[in-house]
Unconditional design. Structure first.
Lengths: 371, 548
């Protein structure tokens, strides 16, 4: 400790004459710690009160030890394997009993130690000098002089060339690791945020003029007959080829799409230029929107078919499907992008949905480069 | 046979402890440092336990986290949960290796679930304790000179703790945390100019890529904890150098500090308290289920569950995001999304204000003095009011983070909750300021009233004139009008008769169950100490009045 200046303490010979307790108090005093009062809690040894206190502390430790033993035993013999509901569910006590015995072991050990201090250790009233003032003038002056001469000896104050070139080199040394790290991690966003797997791809889908088939979560093509009026389905681009990131139509984060079949009598008020993007195109009964909320990217999935409202459960943005998924409440600012869809007849004679083209705008949350 | 000069027998230590100390002193010259360290005083006021809880839960996090790292596989490689796996509902489900290893820790490692839950609970405890600790430091003025640096370190610890918690929460790669991660990606995307580049830099491509869990893992187990550990060491080191602050009372002054010596008192109590904190975390981890990822399922971008809730320390950001109106700036073919303001700008402002507060307060009050004595919140109504204002702001955001749950539980319209939050966020904080300010003034006045007129005894006296008066017990000497002459000293004033005789501050907390009687010898020693201090202070400055 640098901040204590022992007063005139006792000499070694004086200390040898002292009892340990006196020497301890002298030691504390040398650290600026004044023991104002110190008293044995049980000046007469072996009283009933003392034994009671001792037993209390020992009891806490014993409970702790027993809980530890219980933990070990249950850890070894307890049933812990998960079982199907309907079979024995005794595994469900495993975690609570382990946690409970562990807690009893630890808490009682702590309680025992606190009681030990409070009941048995001598009681003390102590204060310590803060020695908080600024360093003395001598120290300050000597430090200052050392700093001044140290700086002058480097010659930097008059050798501006050295200083400037050194700062240049220092800047380089500090920047290079940063550039190396960031440079290694940097990826150009490019136009990747503007496209999804619904882009027409004549190579993969020559039979449909490159139009991407729309599939459900099990890769099954989706047919208009699959949906009841008012139903909603999460669909995906049927692209099984993995992207550079190892994702396919089902797992790509930009893909999830909501296919909605309107109830009879419901009509959509389309956004400008997006009329006829559903199916049938003259008066759409089936429409598809990106499922990714334009606010923060959660899947907006709570659909109220009576009112045509779609709610995102993360921040409660609400979209009016009947107005082409226009945001009507909450923090979202943009409509859910609409996917132009059509149908083609499959080999089995049924009609199946296809995406006419990719979304015409970026899906998901907004970003700087977005118009 | 010759021998070297024999050492003097008296020099050799006689006790085992002395021999041990000698062994080290011969090699390290450590005696002086050791005795000073063992005698150093540590605080014994209960409000100092908040910081200790934070420290101990951090240690619990290190212990349980190390255990979990033996089993966890931070990889996004696609695997299929085997058909003979323990958890039947997941048979044949495609998932990341990270999620599968989390399931394995839960179902196939004996006691793995309890350790994982202790880890999660102690993370919540770590952040909660830091926040309460921060409130204690704020409302008592413990951040004032010379402790501004430690305030900044503490604030950095809270910021890092939040990031560390979020990163750890993302590791299991379950549906809930994946949704949180996607929102984090949206937040990055929302930053003007560099947003998309930041997102691609962190995720190594478009969200979610195949690298983020590995990156988060090394940040969670090495980078951030290392920085936190260094900052904690600095935080505690500064307390050792500056010594702790404390409420004024006898022996607790700007020049002396009270407390208990390290050996054996504080070291025993601190160890005990570590066990108790660990024990409480263990009880929570065993008895209270948290983050049951096996019920959520693996992350897939097309799914979400309703009632999605982040860990509590992220709720205020979730709330601000929910409340912020749909304002988007579109300029010159560019967009600043609404998400940017409540998730990037707002926390930036909050942390900047908090960090600057010690300096702003010093500037506004023109106070350049060092302060080791704490202030009672009532004695500084403006600061207390500002603190209540900030807490109210935080609380409205926090509750709004769960406004869908509240709406469902109390059958309130969700949209009404959102609008209520928006309005409350603007109106309640100023009201909280005014309310706290008035309460502080009232408490101040009552303190002074009792000092002047004495404690109400409840005894009603009928004067010969027929007038009824209540008898007041003066707290000390009175002047010729019967008014008390004791000045207010920044310490609690006894307000009831059964607090008398224990009038030194905080006695009524210490004497909660039975009255504390000062032993005569302690009283004499304290009187002597006070007389000495009084003589020192006498010439310098008069007692400071800590009024507004």
């Amino acid at each position: 400790m640098s901040d204590h200046r022992p007063e005139e303490g006792p000499t070694a010979d004086e200390l040898r004459q002292m009892t340990s307790e006196e020497a301890m108090i002298a030691s504390a005093k040398a650290a600026g710690v004044h023991v104002i009062h110190r008293r044995d809690r049980f000046p007469i040894r072996g009283t009933r009160a003392e034994k009671r206190a001792e037993r209390g502390v020992a009891l806490a430790f014993a409970v702790s030890g027993l809980a530890g033993v219980a933990f070990i035993v249950y850890f070894i013999v307890g049933h812990w394997r998960w079982h199907l509901p309907g079979t024995s569910q005794d595994f469900q006590y495993y975690t609570p009993i382990l946690g409970g015995t562990l807690a009893i072991m630890l808490i009682f050990l702590g309680i025992g130690m606190v009681l030990w201090v409070k009941w048995l250790m001598p009681e003390e009233e102590v204060v310590q000098d803060r020695h908080d003032g600024p360093s003395n003038d001598e120290d300050n002056l000597m430090t200052e002089a050392t700093l001044v001469v140290g700086f002058e000896d480097t010659g930097l104050p008059r050798r501006g060339l050295i200083l400037r070139s050194l700062m240049f080199a220092g800047g380089a040394v500090a920047t290079v690791p940063l550039i190396a790290l960031v440079g290694g991690m940097l990826k150009k966003p490019g136009s990747q945020l503007l496209h999804t797997l619904y882009r027409r791809n004549s190579k993969l889908f020559p039979n449909s003029d490159g139009m991407v088939p729309i599939v459900d979560g099990l890769w099954r093509p989706v047919s208009p007959d699959d949906m009841e009026p008012g139903a909603i389905a999460t669909v995906f681009p049927g692209v099984r080829q993995k992207t550079a990131w190892g994702t396919d139509g089902l797992t790509d984060a930009a893909s999830p799409t909501l296919l909605i079949r309107l109830r009879p009598g419901q009509t959509v008020k389309p956004r400008a230029g997006q009329a006829g993007w559903g199916w049938p195109s003259e008066s759409p009964e089936y429409i598809a929107f990106s499922k990714i909320c334009t606010h923060a990217g959660c899947p907006a999935s709570l659909y109220e078919q009576q009112t045509g409202r779609l709610l995102c459960p993360c921040h409660q943005s609400q979209f009016q499907v009947l107005e082409d998924a226009k945001p009507v409440f909450g923090p979202a600012t943009r409509s859910l992008p609409k996917l132009p869809i059509t149908v083609r007849e499959g080999d089995d004679g049924r009609l199946y949905f296809y995406a006419v083209s990719d979304f015409h705008e970026a899906i998901g949350p907004g970003f700087w480069e977005r118009r | 046979m010759t021998t070297t000069a024999p050492t003097r027998r008296t020099d050799a230590p006689r006790t085992p402890q002395g021999k041990l100390a000698k062994f080290f002193d011969d090699r390290l010259t450590a005696a002086r440092w050791t005795r000073a360290t063992l005698n150093k005083l540590y605080p014994d006021h209960w409000s100092f336990m908040m910081g200790e809880i934070a420290l101990y839960s951090f240690i619990v996090l290190l212990l349980t986290g190390t255990y979990l790292s033996f089993f966890f596989d931070p990889s996004m490689t696609e695997v299929v949960y085997p058909k003979n796996g323990t958890y039947v509902p997941m048979h044949g489900v495609t998932m990341s290796a990270a999620y599968k290893s989390t399931l394995d820790i839960t179902f196939d490692v004996r006691g793995g679930l309890v350790v994982r839950q202790i880890h999660h609970w102690s993370a919540l405890m770590f952040l909660a304790a830091m926040l309460v600790h921060m409130c204690r430091v704020f409302f008592t003025g413990a951040f004032r000179k010379p402790r501004e640096l430690n305030w900044l370190i503490g604030l950095s610890l809270i910021g890092l703790g939040i990031i560390e918690g979020f990163v750890g929460y993302s590791l299991p790669d379950d549906l809930l945390s994946g949704t949180g991660l996607r929102i984090a990606d949206a937040i990055m995307l929302s930053i003007p100019v560099i947003g998309t580049w930041t997102s691609f830099l962190i995720f190594g491509g478009p969200f979610p890529g195949n690298i983020i869990i590995g990156r988060f893992y090394i940040a969670h187990v090495l980078l951030i904890p290392a920085i936190i550990a260094v900052l904690i060491a600095a935080h505690i080191g500064l307390v050792v150098i500056q010594k702790h602050s404390e409420f004024p009372r006898r022996g607790h002054t700007e020049k002396t500090v009270g407390g208990e010596r390290f050996m054996p008192y504080y070291m025993t109590k601190a160890t005990a308290f570590f066990f108790i904190v660990f024990g409480v975390c263990a009880a929570l981890g065993g008895l209270a289920q948290i983050n049951p990822v096996w019920l959520f399922g693996p992350y897939t971008p097309s799914q979400v569950s309703s009632g999605s809730q982040p860990d509590w320390y992220m709720m205020f950001l979730d709330g601000s995001t929910r409340l912020f109106p749909s304002w988007e700036i579109r300029l010159w073919h560019h967009t600043v999304p609404p998400l940017f303001w409540p998730t990037v700008v707002l926390p930036g402002i909050l942390f900047t204000l908090a960090g600057a507060f010690p300096f702003i307060e010093a500037k506004m009050t023109n106070d350049r003095e060092k302060h080791h004595l704490l202030q009672r919140p009532r004695d500084v109504p403006v600061r207390t009011g500002l603190g209540c204002m900030a807490l109210t702001f935080y609380l409205v955001l926090f509750l709004s983070g769960g406004n869908d749950i509240i709406a469902k539980a109390f059958n309130i319209s969700l949209n009404a909750m959102t609008w209520g939050g928006r309005i409350a966020l603007l109106i309640l904080p100023p009201l909280a300021y005014l309310f706290a300010y008035r309460v502080c003034l009232g408490l101040q006045r009552h303190d002074r009233e009792v000092l002047e007129h004495g404690v109400e005894t409840g005894i009603i006296k009928l004067l010969p004139t027929g007038e009824y008066i209540e008898v007041h017990q003066p707290l000390g000497p009175t002047d010729e009008h019967g008014h008390g002459v004791l000045p207010y000293a920044g310490a609690p004033v006894p307000k009831r008769m059964n607090q008398l005789g224990a009038s030194t501050p905080l006695r009524h907390i210490r004497g909660f169950f039975y009255p504390v009687k000062e032993k005569p010898e302690i009283q004499a020693a304290l009187d002597e100490l006070e007389a000495r201090e009084q003589a020192e202070v006498e010439s310098a400055e008069g007692p400071k009045q800590l009024t507004d």
